[in-house]
Design a binder for this molecule. Structure first.
Ligand code: ZN
Length: 158
């Protein structure tokens, strides 16, 4: 059975950056289950998976625009350290949740200089070309309940 919209799919994947460094892999935790076509995966990976069958292996390089977006300097800004609660330990690399005009959003603290804290609202993988090694493990029709929920019900998700 080929991968099409509304089919329940399981894949193993390893994600590397341009330098070949592994950013993420399903190998230690088991295949990733998802429903094709509901926006569960980044668009570039979904279009590579379309039409593949169980047992197929492929590699794909996905440009930032089809991945986590281009890096946008406009999402980087400074706030005063006094904006944080007294007892919040803040350090570079920490991720915090912010309330923005577009709802809650995750920001990464990228610099702390004296009283000035730099926050970056870009996705950590924005601007990164994504190198995927993928193996399709299973393809089947999704159940009605899975489609209603937008996720697969085998394994550990429920
Ligand atoms: Zn569910």
């Amino acid at each position: 059975m080929k991968i099409e919209n509304n089919r329940a799919v399981q894949i193993h994947y390893t994600l590397k950056d341009d330098q070949g460094e592994i950013l993420d892999s399903s190998m230690d935790r088991g295949p990733l289950p998802y429903i094709h076509g509901v926006g569960a995966l980044i668009p570039g990976l979904e279009s590579e998976l379309l039409g593949k069958e169980a047992g197929e292996k492929f590699t794909a390089v996905i440009a930032p625009e089809n991945g986590y977006g281009e890096y946008d300097e406009g999402y980087v800004f400074q706030v005063g350290a006094s904006e944080f609660e007294e007892d919040d330990e803040i350090e570079v690399g920490m991720q915090i949740q912010l309330d923005t005009e577009n709802g809650p959003s995750i920001a990464t603290i990228t610099k702390i200089e004296g009283e000035e804290v730099t926050l970056d609202l870009n996705h950590p993988l924005a601007g990164v070309s994504l190198h995927f090694d993928v193996e399709v493990i299973e393809v089947r029709e999704a159940t009605k309940e899975e489609l209603d929920h937008g996720h697969v019900h085998d394994g550990h998700q429920h």
